[in-house]
Design a protein around this ligand. Structure first.
Ligand code: A2P
Length: 342
């Protein structure tokens, strides 16, 4: 694997919700950078962004020359990744791609930092950053899998609107304003539809039991990511994953309620011992319930409501919540970039 001591770094999608978080995490972690390039669409070209590495003018992805870029962090959507990530890789860059474009490609490692770091070594130019919901639950499932072998996981997500980027955040904010003057109608009915079609139904004061879009046999693309990416990250094809992905009116933070069963019985003491010492996460007891407001803006995944399963004994149930823009996307991408440092 090619490593770098003072790389030239590009952020593709630098003006987006994840891209701006990537930039601030690179700054916070004092990532060694010889030259930083910020790339977005023609809409943002010429905008100047102030950074630790100076004032940087945003470049247009359609016309950019990737020569000289060592590490490229992509978060501009799957279509842009499919078109441009191979172009950057063939120009010599190691691409860390936050989209779903290459995640299930056999030649592309899918890596959760601190869970399956060693997988990155096999990369051939592109490394995939997992889906933000999968990432959060893998931080808890990974250490338990290493201890006891994960066989079955029932998982229901509670996904925030920042998972849909700046547009998701703006949509929830405008719907909250829209409903402000009609609160009694939210109880008795008769409310007016808000503007916007980002989600199939209003998201403010609501819960949408369908996140993403229906893909195969009634499950959404988000749900299939949870199935397929979990198996690839944990390197076990026969893990049974039963997913339901739900969008909730939360600005930031994806939560997952999961029940897991292993090759052998795992009791509460063992789960506390494993998760209490796992990296990148905090285990909270029931005196401190982890919520999205607690996880917003922090690096650690928060895990709580840890208990032994009662319906089908022998397993463990828990609730995990993480900042989907940070560990769910930008932080993990930067942690993977750190694995590329010499
Ligand atoms: P831009 O701000 O110029 O539109 P978010 O996920 O918050 O919506 O952000 C998406 C990111 O992807 C932004 O940086 C956006 O740039 C970028 N992007 C979207 N479409 C394109 C495109 N066609 N070419 C390059 N970058 C794009």
């Amino acid at each position: 694997m090619k490593t770098f001591s003072n790389p030239s770094v590009a952020i593709v999608g630098a003006t987006g919700a994840v891209g701006t978080t990537m930039l601030s995490i690179l700054e916070e972690r004092v990532f060694p950078i010889s030259d930083l390039r910020l790339i977005a669409s023609s809409r943002s070209v010429g905008n100047v962004i102030e950074t630790t590495w100076g004032s940087i003018v945003v470049e247009d992805l359609d016309t950019v020359d990737p020569a000289g870029v060592d590490i490229a962090l992509f978060s501009a959507g799957g279509a842009r990744s499919l078109e441009y990530a191979p172009h950057f890789a063939s120009a010599g860059a190691s691409v860390i791609d936050n989209s779903s474009a290459f995640r299930m490609d056999d030649t592309v490692p899918l890596v959760v930092a601190q869970v399956n770091d060693e997988a990155i070594r096999s990369h051939e130019g592109i490394i995939a950053n997992p889906n933000c919901t999968t990432m959060v639950i893998m931080m808890a499932a990974g250490p338990l899998h290493a201890a006891a072998g994960l066989r079955t996981m029932f998982a229901t997500s509670y996904q925030s609107v920042s998972g849909s980027g700046h547009t998701g955040i703006a949509q929830l904010a405008s719907e909250i304003d829209h409903f402000d003057s009609q609160r009694s109608n939210l109880v008795t009915g008769g409310w007016d539809e808000p503007d916007g079609d980002l989600y199939t139904r209003p998201i403010a004061y609501n819960v949408l039991p369908l996140a993403g879009s229906i893909a195969v046999v009634g499950y959404t693309d988000e749900e299939w990511k949870l199935v397929n990416e979990s198996r690839k990250i944990l390197d076990r094809d026969d893990i049974a994953v039963e997913p339901t992905c739900v969008r909730v009116p939360v600005m930031d933070g994806h939560g997952i309620s999961a029940s897991m069963w292993f090759d052998r019985r795992v009791d509460l003491d063992e789960a506390v011992a494993v998760l209490g010492s796992a990296p990148g996460m905090q285990l909270w007891d029931d005196t401190k319930v982890p919520t999205p407001l607690d996880s917003a803006g922090i690096d650690d995944i928060l895990v709580g409501r840890l208990r032994e399963t009662i319906g089908f004994p022998g397993g463990i149930s828990l609730f995990a919540i993480g900042d989907n823009l940070r560990k769910g996307a930008a932080l993990n991408a930067v942690q993977l970039a750190e694995l590329l440092l010499a």
